[in-house]
Write a protein of this length. Sequence first.
Lengths: 276, 297
Amino acid sequence: MITFQNVTKSYKGSTVALRDCSIEIDKGEFVFLVGPSGSGKTTFIRLLLREEIPNSGRIWEAGKEIGHLSKWRIPYLRRNIGCVFQDFRLLPNRTVFENVAFALEVIGRPKHVIASQVPQVLDLVGLTKKSGNLPGELSGGEQQRVAVARAFVNRPLILLADEPTGNLDPTTSLGIMRLLDRINRTGTTVVVATHDAGMVDQMRRRVIELDHGAIVRDQARGVYGLDSAVAAAGAGSPIDTMVETATAPVAKTGAPAPIPGFADSADRLGRRDVES
Amino acid sequence: MPVSAGYVAREATTNLWRNRLMTAAAVLTVAVSLALVGSALLLKQGATNATVHWQHGVNVAVWVNGDASPAQYHAIGAELTQNPLVKSCIARSQAYDYNEAKQTVAADEFNATQQSDYPSSYRCVLENPSDATAVVQQFTGKPGIFGTPSSPTAQIRTMESVIHILQWVFLSVAVVLLLSASVLILNTIRMAIFARRREVSVMKLVGATNWFIRLPFMAEGLIQGLLGSAVAVLVVLGLYWGIGLDTTKTVANQGNLIAQMSMGPWEVAATCILVGVVGIGVGVAGSALAVRRFLDV
């Protein structure tokens, strides 16, 4: 579904955001992109959205090489990609329904399609009752659910999320992750760039770690970082049972086995990360 | 993907309404500048028409004293027709000149005169209208001739140069105003783009085509240009009917300058169409520039 082949991206002033990255993400995978600020996660997402062009290397997305995509075809590429951001990016003067419907309107979907698909997806994210509210009347978690609904309403092949829980508390973050997991189970490839160690550790999905633009780790059923690796190994998180039923990606490297009794510290680590 | 006209119109009008003060300024500037362009074009057309009138009409009028004898009167006529510079002459009676004066001379001045005060005259067409001055000189001071023969040529020249200058003044002021109108439209669109930057970024994110994003802004400029030119067309039509350039009205006041400048409905329609096209052009150019410069799609 997504292939990076020796991709290097540097910005003006010779800042190298990604350095010779090669990676393959299969259809239906759920991937966490982790790493400290400035490690290249956002550049990774922007390259996938074709907001940036790599300096060298090639990127395939849904079978197409997107590096040489002509400008007028970019919108058609983006219709296959849903995207969620830390700051929600909702339109404040439109209701929840209108915000979600907007994604279908601007790609010219007929009204009857909008009338049937928007309520479906609002039901999926659990906001049917709030469909007439303005974003300002919703909590952060609810706003992010609207953003997820908007990203998913067009049934994209890929869903990208750049720090989707960055502005949310751990409990709310859990809800969003649960939602992304549910979307993943419909067959949509999900890529989440995050700092949320607790979430990564609980979900136990494929983790790609970036550091100074280089891929330093690619681990199936991985955890956030080395220090949390031991801690997060503790099982029993609320999301864990759900994750078990999800499509498990092919293991790239061995995943650490869960160690019982460390759930508390995993939770603590997660919170610390959110607060910092 | 085809962009629905309804969507473009709805978005454009909503934006215009949100930004109505700037819109009004842009529309008024377009209107004033295009009204000037329209007036200059009318003036030019009128001057062309008047010149045609004058050049096919009388070049020199020789006035014969009211008390001149019939022999003198005929001698002057014979001398005029034999002059190589003169093509043909028509003899006009005192009564004709009196009636003509009734239309061309101010009423209070005219009422103080009688028919016997008027000379009879010869109205001559020359082989070449530019010889008028020479003919005037030849006949000035001859016996039986009243005053100096008059030649409208000199007046025509003065009139033409005045109109010419006026027309250029109008056009250059109009060009400056049109430029500022484009800049105003550009600025209105720029503000609209800024006001809607969130929507635009979301549109890009969910895969709206570039033209889908651009068209409402372009339409906004187009509407401003159209509104401005509509006002300007009204001004041009007001001038046309208001000061009597309309050919259907000119029978009553034959002989005055405006009557000679009069034109048919097609000529004024062409002016209006041109004003409309320039207005649309200014609107589209201003918004296209703004979209190109400030809308990052």
